[in-house]
Design a binder for this molecule. Structure first.
Ligand code: ADP
Length: 468
């Protein structure tokens, strides 16, 4: 697997969770997996051993020397060390601005992955995640098309989020020594620029995305970000496989990060969690008898932050309380700061990234709000099910695939009114605590563990490797 993130070493979102958990689950299906990611400055090499020393990677006259380390993990996790490229404050950029040499940074990752495949771990499949790994299929189809090492090696490209495409000026091709023949609309050209995600879409042997609904949606103009045509052209090899979640990390009966453990059989600990959360956010005691709505999210356009702002007054009028945790675009962070200032003691927001608090919100809230504009899979709504925190979601992508009547509440139209209407239904349901507890328990019993998702990937690998 070639990826820009893998939990716990490097994480900004769901991609890292997937790459961190899927390899171990695949081992249960009989597959050996190695993962390769950049060694960012924040990754400590203590405990890692150097397995490959100073591999030179040439792009025309430019040369990048990389070393590869193997981290102490339950599967081979290779870290590509090249301090001038990766030893920086951010993974992709700083202060909201992408690094201008990201094409070079992820071209070096791709080439290091090919080098690792020659000498460290010979794969039958390159499983490439998102645009940062899109150059692997592109190089294999061009520069390395006749390389005997790779003739039988197949590629799978997984789209975790079509909204991030890796777009660069045409001159980027020369910087990364990629054959200019790829610069065509059915290759990697995208409206006058080079698109690294199209390296995966055009050149991988198979494609998938992280839920069946999202696999359908991205082939439509509404959700296709201009790539729906390219995706429809590959529709015969494009499938959807729902992400699993890691219940060793996200389960209220064993979670060490929450104030009290609980289970479907004994929910008493959940009230303790709510009490602490109400206290932590400085909400009044009355919140204990009213619905407490939790939000953990990247505050971006994708996540429907604007809908929450549009519905804020109506939500507060329902006599409920909101606790929110997130970081993201300054504009959307500001929405939450403003809402908290306007409704003190009702809406409380913490702008930041805090894994422990994400767990405490999942455990302490009664409802979880996720009104995404689009959602490839989404993890938080699945965690919420397990924590008995009833999800209220917009019925799109993975949200639609994982939440059903009886475990949560859905709305379709992308509007503040539709969100509010769904929350009102949820608040009415909450009033009947016996029914509400039955709903919580139904959600808690759902199983979205990696086992079945990993087996779906394993079957896909086997089909690919077998040439079927
Ligand atoms: P996405 O990958 O689009 O951000 P997902 O729901 O698939 O959305 O995954 C989000 C992951 O990141 C979850 O594990 C969630 O708990 C975590 N997360 C998101 N924002 C924060 C935050 N501000 N603090 C802590 N964890 C966060």
């Amino acid at each position: 697997m070639v990826s820009s993130e893998a939990a716990p070493l490097a994480k900004t979102g769901g991609l890292a969770d997937v790459v961190g958990a899927l390899p171990a689950a695949l081992r249960g299906c009989g597959d050996d997996v190695a993962v390769i990611i950049p060694r960012y400055g924040s990754i400590d090499l203590k405990g890692a051993r150097r397995v490959y020393d100073r591999v030179p990677i040439h792009f025309g006259p430019a040369r990048y020397d990389v070393s590869i380390y193997q981290a102490a993990e339950e599967f081979p996790l290779y870290l590509v060390d090249c301090p001038p490229l990766y030893d920086r404050k951010g993974f992709y950029g700083e202060s909201g601005i992408d690094y201008p040499d990201n094409h070079i940074r992820f071209a070096v990752l791709a080439r290091a992955a090919l080098a690792a495949a020659r000498f460290l771990f010979a794969p039958r499949i390159f499983h490439c995640h998102d645009w940062q790994a899109g150059l692997v299929p592109a190089y294999l189809r061009t520069t390395f098309a006749t390389d005997p090492t790779f003739v039988d090696v197949k590629t799978l490209f997984t789209v975790h989020n079509l909204g991030y495409q890796g777009l660069f000026p045409k001159t980027a091709l020369a910087d990364i020594a990629l054959d200019s023949g790829v610069y065509r609309p059915d290759g990697m050209e995208f409206f006058g620029r080079v698109s690294l995600i199209k390296g995966g879409i055009a050149f991988a042997d198979a494609l998938n995305t992280v839920s069946p609904a999202y696999a359908r949606e991205i082939q439509t103009p509404e959700y296709g970000f201009g790539l729906d045509g390219a995706l429809r052209a590959r529709g015969d090899v494009l499938t959807g496989i729902l992400n699993g979640v890691d219940y060793r990390e996200w389960s209220p009966d064993v979670d060490p990060l929450i104030p009290a453990n609980y289970s479907a059989d004994d929910l008493s600990g959940k009230r303790v969690c709510k009490e602490r959360l109400v206290g932590e956010f400085g909400l009044p005691r009355e919140a204990m008898d009213r619905p407490l709505v939790g939000i953990v999210s990247r505050f971006t356009r994708q996540k429907g932050t604007d809908l929450i702002a549009a519905a804020a007054a109506g939500l507060v009028a329902e006599d409920l309380y909101i606790v929110a945790l997130g970081t993201g675009d300054p504009e959307y962070e500001e929405f939450f700061r403003r809402m908290a200032a306007e409704y003190p003691g009702r809406i409380a927001a913490l702008i930041g990234f805090d894994n422990g608090l994400a767990h405490r919100i999942e455990a302490g809230a009664d409802m979880f709000l996720m009104p995404s504009r689009y959602e490839p899979c989404g993890l938080n709504q699945i965690y919420s099910l397990r924590y008995g925190t009833v999800p209220v979601v917009r019925s799109t992508g993975g949200l639609d695939d994982t939440i059903e009547e009886g475990t949560g509440f859905k709305f379709a139209e992308y509007s503040g009114e539709a969100l509010l209407a769904a929350v009102r239904v949820a608040v009415r349901a909450y009033a009947d605590q016996e029914l509400w507890h039955a709903m919580m328990r139904r959600g808690m019993q759902k199983d979205f563990s990696w086992r079945s998702s990993a087996c779906a990937y394993s079957a896909l690998y086997r089909r690919l490797a077998g040439g079927a």
